[in-house]
Design a protein around this ligand. Structure first.
Ligand code: NDP
Ligand SMILES: O=C1O[C@H](COP(=O)(O)O)[C@@H](O)[C@H](O)[C@H]1O
Length: 656
């Protein structure tokens, strides 16, 4: 097959050069009958085949306990590919090419005879395919078996093959600092460091890799990338799914081990590390390791005041389906103390980042799926922009959208058209989908390809893994000694526990929520709104979470904000506490006081815990003025609700 044109992140050559296929080799998958193989590995190999990135001299040998034949393995993989293929079009040529190279041998990983059979098959294929004795072992099985497999491979004489031998190791890499060190010792007893490729699939994501390109291939931001100009950084990995049948594993892990210690600290290292001497694997990994070593190690006591944990209760998922409480999930202890949400405040004690807080949060069963890195700059001097028509200027923000949308966005201030100087936040956005033609991928393609070419840039190293565990360990220790008394403390489908907001609010900051058009489209007020309106609104809204029972607005109080319910229920009550109406997801309230510039005409209280978006008076007026459709919708709602004749267009036209 013809190699396709694409670029390798770590290639020292000019990036526009076509990428050559990986080195000839035999890929041996330990755990070939398992979930990872069918869900991610075979679809990735197929994608590589479609792009011409697999060498002609190539074969795959699967091994697992399941007594499959090669023919049965091939037809199972062909059927599974129909489900897990990431590409829109199926390429039968690429699949036939790959399928003819798939082989299988059954065996228990503890059984020496199985290694004898494996060696025979590998030797035969090596001779037939001309793979030069290059062997890539993929550990797609339980981490407790990695040491055993390594030992047996050595015992069976696999080291005698003439080519290179490399090993891809799957996560989780240990369950704490001690076990990670033990696993490193076990692997290093059989392999050299440069033969071990520890996977972190977040490093395979295009937009994560793009953080390095963005920072170091552009002159624009790097001079500002330090404590003088950056106020703080937020990393969010929000998952809409719950534990999805993985309760047995997850209940022993929790989100700190499952997402933060590995994926999020790796992303953090990319965002904050110093420029590497070159784009070689070790230069990049040296800088990442230095950065992780500089992350402040808390004592367990200090960790407690810088970390928040949560566990989801029953609720409604983002797609509308009912979600059981975590403690009712299969294979989860009904009294489980495992966290499904965590938020941390970290500091990097080095010259560049002194006293810049880094906030991380991740959780399952949250209101939406979204991974973002938000870099919040310090405020510009306001001296030129003071005056009665001016509001406090928001500061610039740069956002890396990692998934599901992939892109980079920057928020800044611009003058509102008109005779007076007024400012408004606007944004510039680069979207991967609009700028590049790329097929959807699993994220594993670049890792497998990297390993085949001996490029370890996207893989973790012994020191990196241990440095990341050193950051997480005191928090794990602090939590394991103190059961969480308030679990479950957030509803499935919500924004997470309220305490996560407090973590930032006590520093005078708040989490940045990406509000996409889809979310706004669920609000009747904005349904069918033009992109300009939705964009303006999403820039202006700020999140606000309230616990059940809290009064959100009180009759008679001055009103300077209106509210949209993103999740939860609120009730309108009269002076006697009588409930007049119940407001649900998508409803708005508080608009009348803004329209009439009067005091609140009703009291609204949270019936359940609520996640709200707040729109303040100045933005509300500006949106009224710029968007007649919003003006009409809000007039209609106020009229229906309060039988009040309001001329919102007159208000919009009035001076601010
Ligand atoms: N599944 C996923 O989406 C992801 C998985 N991972 C990681 O990948 C690894 C594998 O996960 P996954 O595929 O889900 O796990 P599975 O349990 O689905 O698969 C495990 C595989 O190992 C084989 N196996 C286990 N014990 C033995 C043994 N003693 N002898 C021979 N074969 C054995 C099983 O064979 P058999 O069934 O025939 O007994 C099976 O093929 C784990 O480390 C996981 O954390 C990482 C990211 C995503
Ligand atoms: O490693 C893991 O990652 C997934 C999330 O990965 P993504 O690529 O879908 O963002 C997470 O669901 C899983 O619990 C964890 O083990």
């Amino acid at each position: 097959m013809e190699p396709a044109r694409s670029v390798s992140l770590s290639s020292p050559a000019t990036p526009a050069e076509p990428t050559a296929p990986g080195d000839p080799c035999i890929l041996v998958i330990f755990g070939a009958s398992g979930d990872l193989t069918k869900r991610l590995l075979v679809p990735s190999l197929y994608n590589l085949a479609c792009d011409g990135l697999l060498p002609e001299q190539f074969a795959v040998v699967g091994i697992a306990k399941d007594g499959l034949t090669t023919e049965a393995f091939r037809s199972r993989m062909a059927a599974d590919l129909r489900t897990f293929n990431t590409r829109k079009e199926f390429d039968p040529r690429a699949w036939d090419w790959l399928e003819s190279r798939l082989h299988y041998t059954p065996g228990d990983f503890g059984d020496e005879e199985a290694y004898g059979r494996l060696k025979e098959l590998v030797s035969r294929l090596d001779a037939e395919r001309g793979t030069g004795g290059n062997l890539l072992f993929y550990m797609a099985t339980l981490p407790s078996l990695f040491g055993l497999i390594s030992e047996k491979l050595n015992g069976a004489g696999f080291k005698g093959f003439p080519g290179w031998q490399r090993m891809i190791v799957e996560k989780p890499f240990g369950s704490d600092l001690e076990s990670a060190r033990a696993l490193n010792r076990e692997l290093l007893a059989h392999w050299r460091e440069d033969q071990i490729f520890r996977i972190d699939h977040y490093l395979g994501k295009e937009t994560v890799q793009n953080i390095l390109a963005f920072r170091f291939a552009n002159e624009l931001f790097e001079p500002l990338w330090n404590r003088r100009h950056i106020d703080h950084i937020q990393l969010t990995v929000s998952e809409a799914v719950g534990v999805e049948g993985r309760g047995g594993y997850y209940d022993r892990a929790g989100v700190l081990r499952d997402m933060i210690q590995n994926h999020m600290l790796q992303m953090l290292a990319y965002v904050c590390m110093e420029p590497p001497a070159s784009f070689s694997a070790d230069d990049i990994r040296d800088e990442k390791a230095k950065l992780l070593r500089a992350v402040r190690r808390y004592s367990p006591e200090v960790a407690l005041s810088n970390a928040v944990r949560g566990q989801y209760g029953a609720g409604t998922r983002a797609d509308g389906a009912a979600c059981p409480a975590y403690r009712s999930e299969k294979e989860v202890d009904p009294g489980s103390n495992t966290e499904t949400f965590a938020a941390l405040r970290l500091f990097i004690d080095n010259w560049r980042w002194e006293n810049v807080p880094i906030y991380l949060r991740s959780g399952k069963a949250l209101w939406k799926r979204g991974t973002e890195v938000a870099v919040q700059f310090k405020r510009a001097p306001e001296v030129l922009f003071r005056g009665p028509t001016m509001r406090r200027m928001p500061s610039n923000r740069l956002i890396f959208h990692i998934q599901p949308d992939q892109g980079i966005e920057s928020n800044f201030q611009a003058k509102v058209p008109g005779p007076v100087m007024q400012l408004q936040s606007v944004n510039m956005r680069f979207s991967y989908g609009e700028s590049f033609r790329a097929e959807r991928a699993t994220g594993y393609e670049v890792m497998i390809y990297g390993c085949m070419t001996g490029d370890a840039t996207l893989f973790s190293r012994t020191d990196l893994v241990e440095a990341a565990w050193q950051v997480a360990q005191p928090i794990l220790d602090a939590w394991s000694g103190r059961p969480a008394r308030d679990f479950p403390n957030y509803d499935a489908g919500s924004w997470g526990p309220v305490a996560a907001n407090d973590l930032l609010e006590r520093d005078g900051r708040r989490w940045y929520e990406v509000i996409d058009r889809e979310t706004l489209g669920r609000v009747p007020l904005f349904r069918g709104g033009d992109p300009l309106l939705l964009n303006q609104v999403s820039m202006a809204l700020r999140p606000h979470a309230v616990p059940a029972g809290e009064v959100i607005i009180r009759e008679g109080d001055p009103g300077s904000e209106m509210y949209l319910i993103c999740r939860g229920e609120a009730e309108v009550i009269d002076g006697e506490g009588e409930v007049l109406a119940t407001l649900r997801e998508g409803a708005c309230f508080g608009e009348v006081a803004l329209l009439l510039s009067e005091h609140r005409t009703a009291t609204v209280r949270a019936r359940t815990s609520c996640d709200l978006f707040v729109l303040d008076r100045a933005d509300f007026r500006r949106i009224l003025r710029d968007h007649p459709q919003f003006c009409e919708a809000i007039t209609r709602i106020a009229h229906e609700r309060y039988d009040t004749k309001i001329d919102a267009s007159a208000l919009a036209a009035a001076p601010a």
